[in-house]
Design a protein around this ligand. Structure first.
Ligand SMILES: Cc1ncc(COP(=O)(O)O)c(C=O)c1O
Length: 386
């Protein structure tokens, strides 16, 4: 067996990205400028949405989205517990409350019934997270949101590209936020994008992403720009650089090819691991296109002599990198102690946490890399059957 360590993720960066960065460096314009504008236009065209606002992380996009719809101190925002802390911490920036809810046991996406039960007079928004790149049950979530007059801010950090009932994720909720962090389906190192059909929210996010300065502040050092500007609100410093956007433009061109690569690996895993009773494979909705950012298996621990952590350690010994998505937020000290959440408040997420392992899935994996993962998972499972 090939003993070289197979990392959990490796970004697929080619010559085109390297050339684009060099071009940008040589152009003399490093920060927000024409490359960012092009990246936004390409992204909006790719998704078929009206507005795309580039920022320096998905966290920034989520923060700006909540700001644009008017979240305020004392409001409540419903967030799944099965997510990364960014989805909830942005709510806390406003001194508002992230109200955590449980996930569905199979897709690990937010459970719409739990959303409905968590709504109070203070609820202002829902942040569905498309876990692993599989779209949430958006029809149910939008219907609940409409009935209770709530905003829907989608955390699509994992979900480029994906579809739900014929619609691209990025064109469904009020505002959708994407991540271009180093491990994501396309990357700019660090980066993010907020998409919306609403021109006012787009303008607000754009302005607040650059200090709350009057429009086109980024142009003030260009020939067409003016030195004069006005500060209209106390904004943030969330703008994307042209260096990052240059990478993003090239990565976006490869987004479909990258997706095909991941989908192929997902199918190979599904087929090769289907007979192992000790492993529950990820499911995918019939009515959606899964982005396959993550391939999360669930161990049937009743059938195994080892724990999830021992399973991960055994894979590491076989030179395979894995990860765990996620440690549910209610188990982290901050959320547990500040809000008094208990494991039994989230039975599905709490039960699943001890069983989940994310296997490597990225387009630059070779057939032998994929084979190596399958062989190791199969051997470890068979050697540890109860
Ligand atoms: C579900 C989810 N939301 C948001 C983020 C934050 O993304 P970024 O690092 O671009 O701020 C992440 C990052 O891993 C994530 O997994």
């Amino acid at each position: 067996m090939n003993r070289e360590f197979l990392p959990f993720h490796k970004p697929d960066i080619g010559e085109a990205e390297a050339e684009a960065v060099l071009d940008t460096l040589r152009s003399g314009w490093l920060t927000t400028g024409s490359k960012v504008k092009q990246f936004e236009a390409d992204f909006a065209k790719y998704l078929g949405c009206s507005h795309a606002v580039a920022v320096n992380s998905c966290t920034a996009a989520l923060h700006l989205a909540l700001e644009a719809v008017g979240i305020e101190q004392g409001d409540e925002v419903i967030v799944p517990t099965m997510t990364f802390t960014a989805s909830a911490e942005v709510v806390l920036y406003f001194k508002a409350k992230p109200v955590l809810v449980d996930c569905l046991p199979d897709t690990l996406n937010i459970d719409p019934d739990c959303v409905e039960r968590a709504i109070t007079a203070k609820t202002k928004a829902i942040i569905p997270v498309h876990f692993g790149g599989q779209p949430c049950d958006m029809d149910s979530i939008l219907e609940i949101a409409r009935r209770h007059k709530l905003y829907v801010i989608e955390d699509a950090a994992h979900a480029l590209p994906s579809n739900y009932r014929g619609k691209r994720v990025g064109t469904i909720g009020d505002i959708t936020c994407f991540s271009f962090y180093a491990t994501k389906t396309i990357t700019t190192g660090e980066g993010g994008m907020a998409t919306t059909q609403n021109p006012e929210w787009a303008a607000r996010m754009r302005m607040m992403s650059l200090h709350g300065i009057s429009h086109d502040a980024w142009k003030r050092y260009t020939k067409e720009g003016s030195w004069y500007y006005e500060v209209l609100y106390p904004g943030f410093k969330y703008n994307l650089t042209d260096i990052a956007a240059a990478i993003g433009i090239e990565q976006l061109k490869k987004c479909d090819r990258f997706w095909q690569g991941r989908e192929r690996i997902a199918h190979i895993y599904q087929k090769a691991l289907a007979d192992l009773q000790e492993i529950q494979l990820p499911t995918s909705r019939e009515d959606a296109q899964h982005a396959w950012h993550l391939f999360v298996i669930q161990l049937n621990l009743e059938r195994l002599k080892i724990t999830r952590n021992e399973f991960i350690e055994a894979l590491r010994e076989q030179s395979i990198g894995t990860s765990v998505h996620f440690i549910p937020l209610h188990l982290h000290p901050y959320y547990r102690d500040r809000f008094g959440y208990k494991p039994e408040d989230f039975p599905n997420a709490s039960a699943v946490f001890d069983r989940i392992v994310s296997l490597p899935i990225y387009p630059s994996m070779t057939e032998s890399d994929v084979e190596k993962v399958i062989e190791a998972v199969t051997n470890i499972t068979k050697a540890n059957r109860r």
